[in-house]
Design a protein around this ligand. Structure first.
Ligand code: FPP
Length: 229
């Protein structure tokens, strides 16, 4: 039996707050270490022979409900992350792309996001997608509205797929860390046939070795896409 290939990996990074609390740190420390984990996992994905896209849920539309100071910290961290990350992107041939309603971010942060996208647009070992102020229902609704404004009347699945913000390919494997087993409005359309994996590890402790183990397990699964095999 042929093992399943993995082209598009998606990750819900969860557990930064609990990781910090367990160690008597502020929640923000968990986010800081979590940002380093994104770098480690992205670099691993860029070197992986099959993975073409890795999409990370970095800030959901619901995350604005967090205390103002935590939101401000996350915005600053994102800016710092993208600034520092440019050399990693170039060295490892990684293209950066953002999805989500970034127009709600500050102008300098929007500029940083756009600039990083532009500077890395010719890199091709991996597309790292960060979902920022992202919600899947909003993404699908926008796609439908775009189609309506284009005058489409008979909308097909293909139309919706190609009008989503996400560089469109179906997700092969979704991992959520921290033991929570929810999708939380992430990539609902793109996850239709994904294999799901829930890891008990808190995101700051997640390693490339664990990812490798999960990918090996994924490869033993039989993906039927609704048919029989
Ligand atoms: C969930 O942990 C994590 C997030 C809010 C999203 C991921 C954010 C990062 C990894 C921080 C850095 C990101 C970038 C792109 C610089 P949680 O706070 O919900 O943890 P908890 O459930 O234990 O409270």
């Amino acid at each position: 039996m042929q093992s399943s290939t993995i082209k598009h990996l998606a990750i819900i990074m969860d557990g930064n707050g609990r990781w910090a609390k367990e160690r008597g740190f502020k929640r923000t420390k968990g986010h800081e270490v979590g940002a380093e984990t994104i770098r480690t996992i992205t670099t691993y994905c860029a070197k992986h022979s099959e993975i073409e896209t890795a999409t990370f849920y970095a800030f959901s539309t619901e995350n604005w409900k967090r205390p103002k100071l935590e939101v401000e910290f996350l915005m600053k961290l994102l800016d710092k992350y993208l600034k520092n990350e440019l050399s990693t992107y170039q060295k490892n041939d990684i293209r950066f792309q953002a999805i989500g309603n970034i127009q709600e971010f500050s102008k300098p942060l929007q500029a940083r996001i756009k600039k990083t996208e532009e500077l890395t647009q010719n890199n091709s070992s991996l597309i790292q997608v960060l979902a920022l102020n992202y919600g899947s229902r909003s993404e699908i609704t926008s796609a439908v509205n775009k189609l309506i404004s284009e005058g489409k009347t008979n909308i097909t699945e293909e139309d919706i797929s190609t009008h989503l913000q996400t560089p469109y390919t179906d997700i092969d494997l979704l991992i959520r860390t921290s033991g929570e087993e929810r999708i939380s409005n992430f990539l609902l359309w793109q996850l239709s046939y994904a294999e799901l994996y829930f890891s008990p590890t808190l995101w700051p402790d997640f390693t490339a070795n664990e990812l490798e183990d999960i990918i090996q397990q994924y490869k033993t699964r039989t993906r039927r896409f609704g048919g029989i095999k």
